[in-house]
Design a protein around this ligand. Structure first.
Ligand code: AP5
Ligand code: MG
Ligand code: ZN
Length: 215
């Protein structure tokens, strides 16, 4: 089964992904996380991606698709996958749907988290991210049990993401409305998208997502 977790920057895709992956037994493929891993290892792809990411812009479609296509062909994705942060242009969505057709897997649903812009800014301003496993925290709404230490992997490198400055966050949200929001219309027109209210307690949002997948 293929699940697409869709939504603007800060909507809670990363936060919700692990529980969904566990429940449905599929790996999480998050394009942003893959780029950040390249960035950390200072690869050419990481350097290329950084110039777009830190300006709040999207990495070019052909670069993204090459990466996603190769990741999807790995054995752990044979039974399905949860996509986080992909597709985010109509071109990417079209490439994805042709791939799905060829793969013989079913695209179960596009779950679209709905969160208003001002809430996104507040969430991203207070976000802290683990440099080692990419787990997401919030200084107020979802702090790690021990300050500065990642609950998931024990790393002490829980920091603010390079692209989480308020200026870049505003640019990312504008990019979302211009280039990524049309992807939701694309899937809606094909009867494939369900909008899910992303406001409220993290556990409540998780329950709504599970319900949307069952329904
Ligand atoms: P990416 O890493 O995908 O970032 P994003 O889409 O901007 O989304 P975020 O990771 O910022 O938010 P999220 O929805 O995961 O929220 P989270 O769960 O962390 O992409 C980064 C960049 O890479 C892009 O800008 C682009 O340059 C490039 N890129 C990636 N994919 C690409 C693609 N396909 N094509 C082209 N370029 C691509 O939660 C946010 C905060 O809110 C946290 O602090 C969390 O604790 C808190 N929170 C979560 N849920 C709640 C809740 N219910 N209540 C209160 N707080 C909450
Ligand atoms: Mg994320
Ligand atoms: Zn960690």
């Amino acid at each position: 089964m293929i699940i697409i977790l869709f939504g603007p920057p800060g909507a809670g895709k990363g936060t919700q992904a692990s529980a969904l992956c566990e429940a449905y037994g599929v790996p999480q493929v998050a394009t942003g996380d893959i780029f950040r891993a390249h960035l950390k290892n200072n690869t050419p792809l990481g350097q290329l991606a950084r110039s777009f990411m830190n300006n709040g812009q999207l990495v070019p479609d052909e670069v993204v698709w090459k990466l996603v296509e190769s990741r999807l062909s790995e054995p752990d994705c044979a039974g399905g996958v949860l996509l986080d942060g992909f597709p985010r242009t109509v071109v990417q969505a079209e490439l994805m749907l042709s791939w799905v057709k060829e793969s013989g897997l079913a695209l179960s649903q596009v779950l679209a988290l709905v969160v208003p812009d001002e809430e996104l800014v507040e969430r991203l301003a207070g976000r802290r991210t683990c440099l080692d496993c990419q787990a997401s925290y919030h200084v107020q709404y979802n702090p790690p049990t021990v300050e500065g230490v990642c609950d998931r992997c024990g790393s002490h490198r829980v920091v603010q993401r390079e692209d989480d400055s308020e200026e870049t966050v505003r640019k990312r949200i504008a990019t979302y409305h211009r280039e990524t929001a049309p992807v939701l219309d694309f899937f809606k027109a094909r009867g494939l998208a369900t909008e899910v209210d992303g406001l409220g307690e993290i556990g409540d949002v998780a329950a709504r997502l599970r319900q949307a997948l069952q329904g």
